[in-house]
Design a protein around this ligand. Structure first.
Ligand code: ADP
Length: 692
C-alpha cells in the first residue's frame, strides 16, 4: 500500500505551497524509501549546499534515516537536530495501522546559528562563503513555543491525510463487485498459507538459537517461545503458553535465593517501565527435577503505531556454570579462611614459624611467630617469600623446592631470610606439599647455632694453627739450639787435641764464643717472650740519651757489618737529644730490627733515621736486602713466624724477634709497620710517644 495510490498528492502539494506563500513554512512528504512525494520551500542551505556535497550529504542521510527509523514509534512529531545545527520535524503518516510516509517540516534553527561554525563548514566543504552564509541567514529561527504551534498544525494536517486515505480505501472496497469476492477469498487463503509458512520458518530459526526466546503480549501472556526457553524454564510449551497448570514448585528466585514476586519477573519489569532490560540475573527452580538454573535475561518492549507496548521480547542464556564456579570460588575462599583460623589456633603460641605458600612463593597463611623477625604477620600475606631470601641462597633453595615438588617429598633447607629491619637471619625450613599448589613450611631461626658453629670453626682453625706453629717452633728451636751447641761441643773437643796449633786454637775459641752468643741471644729472646706472655715485662722509663744509644749500636754491630761487607748510617733528623722512655725496650727493638736488616741483606747500606713528629719519636730501619713478599707482610709480626719455615732455610732465627719488638712498642704506647718489596729491600718503621 502506497500513499500516492490512496490520495491525490498534487492537492497536498498545492496546499503546502499556498501555506508557504502566506507564511514561510517549508514542508515535505517523504516515503519510507526516501522518495520525496511533495516538497515546498526547502532552503538553499540544504538543497544547494549540504545535499550537493557528497561528504556533507552523508550527514543529511543520517538525519533522514534517524527520522524514518524513529517516526513510527510515536504518534507525536519527532524533532531531529542535524550535525549542522539545523532542525527537522517529522510526523508519521499512518493509514489503517500501516506507516506509509512522514510529513517533514524544516529546516529551521532553535538557537541563533554560530557564524564561525558555518565559516569553517564553508572552508571544509569548499562552499562559496558569502553565498553559503547568505543561505544560512535565510533559515528561520523558531522559538520552542512557535515550534509547538507548528507541530499542532502538522498533527492536524497529517490526521486529515490519514483519514482521507482510509476513507478512500473504504470507498474503493464498496466499489468492488461481488465477483471480486471469490478472488479476494482466494487471495486471503494464499496470504494465510504464506504467513503460516513464515511462522514455521521463524520457529525453526528460533528453535535453533542457543538462547531462550519468549515473546509476550501486552497482557504478559506468552505468544511464542522457542524450545531452549521451555528447556531452561523447565516448562512445556503448553504450560508456557497458558502459564496454567504450573507446578507450585516452579518459581524464579533472585541472587539472594529469595523467591521473586511477580512484579520482579523480567516481562513485568519491562511492561511497567517501558524500557529495555539488560543482563538481569534470575534463578529458575525447575519443577520436575528441582534443578536450579541461572539465566541472564535481556528484553525490550515493541511499540505499536500508537506508541503503546504491543509485545515484549525476552531472550535469556544459561549462566549456571559461571555462577556456580563463582560460588565455588567464594566457598573455597571460605574454606581457606577456616583452615587459616584452625592453623592460627595451633600455631599462634609456637616459637617456630609456620606459613603456607603457593608454588609461586606467595604467602596465604602466616603464623604469629613471624613477629620474631620483626614482621606484622598479616603484612606478609600476599607477599612473595622468594623476594625475602638472600640472593646468594635463592638458586639452591629454588632447586631444592623444585625437586621436592617433583618427587612430592618433604624438603629441608638452610638459607638467609630478610627480617623486617632489612638484615638477614639464618632459617632452617622444612616444607611439604599439601595441595596441588601449596606448601606448608615450618621455619626456625638458627642464627645462634650458625654463629656458634662459626666461632667453633674459627677456634678450631686457631687451635690447628697454633698446633702447626708449635710444631714449627719446636723443630726450629731444636735447630736453633743444636746448631750453636754442636759448634761449641765440636770446637771444644778440637781445643783439647794437643796437636791443634795456636792459630787454630784462637780461631776455635772465636767460633765457640760466637755460638755461645747466638745461644745466649736465643735464650734472652725466649725469656723476654715468656715474660711478655706472662705479663711480667714492666715499662721502666728513664732519660735516655739517643746519641749514646746510637754509638753503642754502632760498636755492637761493627764486626758483623764488616764481616758481611755492609755499612750502617744513622741520621738524626729533629730527634731530641734525650727522651724519656724504657732504655731496655728501645735498645732491644733497634737491635732486633738492625740484626734483621744485616741478616737479610748481602750488600748496601743500612740506613737508620730517627726523628720526631709531634710528640712521637719516629724511627725507620731501611735495608737493601731480600725484601718480604706482600702476602707475608701481615704475618711477620706474629710469634714464631718466619717467612721461610722449611728446615733447609738459609737464615737462622726463631721467628720471635719482630713479635717481641711489636710487644715492646705496644707496651710503650706506639705502633710498628713495614714497607717492603721483594729483591729491593725493606723498611721497618715505628713510633712511640715521648713527653715534652
Ligand atoms: P727471625 O728470627 O726469623 O728473623 P723475626 O721475628 O725477627 O724472626 O722475623 C720474622 C721474619 O720476618 C723473618 O723470618 C723474615 O722472614 C722476615 N724479616 C724480618 N726482617 C726482615 C728484613 N729486614 N728483610 C727481610 N725479611 C725480614
Amino acid at each position: 500500500m502506497r500513499l500516492e495510490e490512496l490520495i491525490d498528492l498534487s492537492i497536498l502539494q498545492k496546499l503546502q505551497e499556498n501555506l508557504n506563500d502566506i507564511y514561510s513554512f517549508p514542508t515535505a512528504i517523504i516515503d519510507n524509501e526516501s522518495n520525496v512525494l511533495t516538497a515546498v520551500g526547502w532552503y538553499d542551505v540544504c538543497n544547494k549546499f549540504h545535499r550537493q556535497n557528497p561528504a556533507c550529504e552523508k550527514a543529511c542521510r543520517k538525519s533522514d534515516q534517524y527520522i524514518i527509523d524513529h517516526a513510527h514509534i510515536t504518534d507525536k512529531p519527532i524533532t531531529y537536530k542535524c550535525v549542522h545545527g539545523l532542525v527537522d520535524c517529522a510526523m508519521p503518516i499512518i493509514v489503517n495501522g500501516a506507516h506509509l510516509a512522514n510529513f517533514f517540516t524544516g529546516q529551521f534553527f532553535l538557537d541563533p546559528p554560530d557564524v564561525d561554525f558555518f565559516k569553517k563548514q564553508a572552508l571544509k566543504y569548499n562552499f562559496d562563503q558569502d553565498e553559503y552564509l547568505e543561505a544560512v541567514r535565510k533559515v528561520p529561527i523558531w522559538s520552542r513555543e512557535e515550534l509547538d504551534k507548528h507541530n499542532d498544525y502538522i498533527k492536524g494536517f497529517v490526521k486529515v491525510i490519514s483519514t482521507l486515505a482510509e476513507s478512500n480505501i473504504k470507498g474503493n472496497q464498496l466499489k468492488l463487485d461481488l465477483s471480486d469476492q471469490v478472488e479476494i477469498s482466494h487471495q486471503l487463503e494464499l496470504e494465510k498459507t504464506i504467513s503460516k509458512k513464515n511462522e514455521e520458518r521463524y520457529l525453526t530459526l528460533l528453535n535453533n538459537l542457543s538462547a531462550g526466546i519468549v515473546v509476550h503480549g501486552k497482557d504478559s501472556r506468552i505468544i511464542i517461545n522457542n524450545s531452549v526457553a521451555s528447556e531452561l524454564l523447565g516448562l512445556s510449551n503448553d504450560q508456557l503458553k497458558g502459564m496454567e497448570a504450573i507446578d507450585s514448585n516452579w518459581y524464579f528466585f533472585n541472587r539472594k535465593g529469595q523467591v521473586m514476586s511477580a512484579e520482579e519477573y523480567p516481562v513485568n519489569l519491562i511492561l511497567k517501565s517501558g524500557k529495555p532490560l539488560k543482563n538481569y540475573i534470575a534463578g529458575i527452580n525447575q519443577p520436575k527435577s528441582n534443578k536450579k538454573v541461572w539465566v541472564s535475561v535481556d528484553g525490550y518492549p515493541a511499540y505499536n503505531s500508537s506508541g503503546e507496548i504491543d509485545e515484549v521480547l525476552i531472550s535469556f542464556i544459561d549462566i549456571t556454570a559461571l555462577i556456580t564456579s563463582h560460588e565455588d570460588l567464594v566457598s573455597s575462599k571460605a574454606e581457606t579462611e577456616k583452615l587459616n583460623k584452625l592453623l592460627a589456633s595451633i600455631t599462634d603460641n609456637m616459637l617456630d614459624m609456620v606459613a603456607i605458600v603457593d608454588f609461586s612463593g606467595v604467602y596465604s597463611y602466616i603464623s604469629n611467630s613471624y613477629k620474631t623477625l620483626g614482621y606484622v604477620p598479616e603484612s606478609l600475606r600476599g607477599r612473595n617469600a622468594f623476594d625475602l631470601i638472600h640472593p646468594d641462597d635463592l638458586d639452591s633453595l629454588l632447586n631444592q623446592f623444585n625437586q621436592s615438588l617433583n618427587k612430592k617429598t618433604e624438603t629441608k633447607a638452610e638459607y638467609r631470610f630478610r627480617m623486617a629491619n632489612g638484615k638477614y637471619t639464618w632459617l632452617e625450613t622444612i616444607g611439604k606439599v599439601i595441595t596441588d599448589n601449596q606448601f606448608i613450611i615450618g621455619s626456625r631461626d638458627i642464627s645462634e647455632r650458625k654463629n656458634n658453629l662459626k666461632e667453633l670453626l674459627e677456634a678450631k682453625q686457631k687451635a690447628e694453627e697454633s698446633d702447626r706453629l708449635k710444631s714449627a717452633f719446636l723443630s726450629n728451636m731444636s735447630h736453633e739450639i743444636r746448631t750453636p751447641m754442636n759448634g761449641i761441643l765440636g770446637f771444644s773437643s778440637l781445643l783439647s787435641d794437643p796437636e791443634t796449633t795456636h792459630d787454630d786454637r784462637v780461631k776455635y775459641v772465636q767460633i765457640i764464643e760466637q755460638n755461645g752468643d747466638r745461644l745466649l741471644s736465643l735464650l734472652n729472646n725466649l725469656i723476654d717472650y715468656s715474660k711478655l706472655e706472662a705479663g711480667q715485662m714492666i715499662v721502666q722509663k728513664t732519660d735516655v740519651d739517643i746519641h749514646e744509644v746510637m754509638n753503642n749500636l754502632k760498636i755492637l754491630f761493627l764486626e758483623k757489618l764488616n764481616k758481611k761487607g755492609l755499612s750502617i748510617e744513622f741520621e738524626l733528623d729533629n730527634a731530641p737529644p734525650k727522651i724519656n722512655t724504657d732504655r731496655y725496650f728501645l735498645e732491644a727493638i733497634l737491635i732486633n730490627l738492625i740484626s734483621n736488616a744485616i741478616k737479610y741483606s748481602d750488600s748496601g747500606i743500612i740506613f737508620i733515621n730517627i726523628g720526631r713528629a709531634n710528640n712521637q719519636l719516629t724511627c725507620a730501619v731501611k735495608d737493601k736486602g731480600i725484601g718480604i713478599p706482600k702476602d707475608k707482610l701481615d704475618f711477620i709480626f706474629e710469634r714464631f713466624v718466619q717467612e721461610n719455615v722449611s728446615l733447609t732455610r738459609k737464615y737462622e732465627g726463631a721467628g720471635l724477634g719482630l713479635a717481641i719488638s711489636k710487644s715492646y712498642i705496644e707496651l710503650l704506647g706506639g705502633k710498628i709497620w713495614v714497607d717492603s718489596v721483594v729483591g729491593e729491600g725493606s723498611s721497618f718503621s715505628f713510633s712511640i710517644p715521648i713527653e715534652g
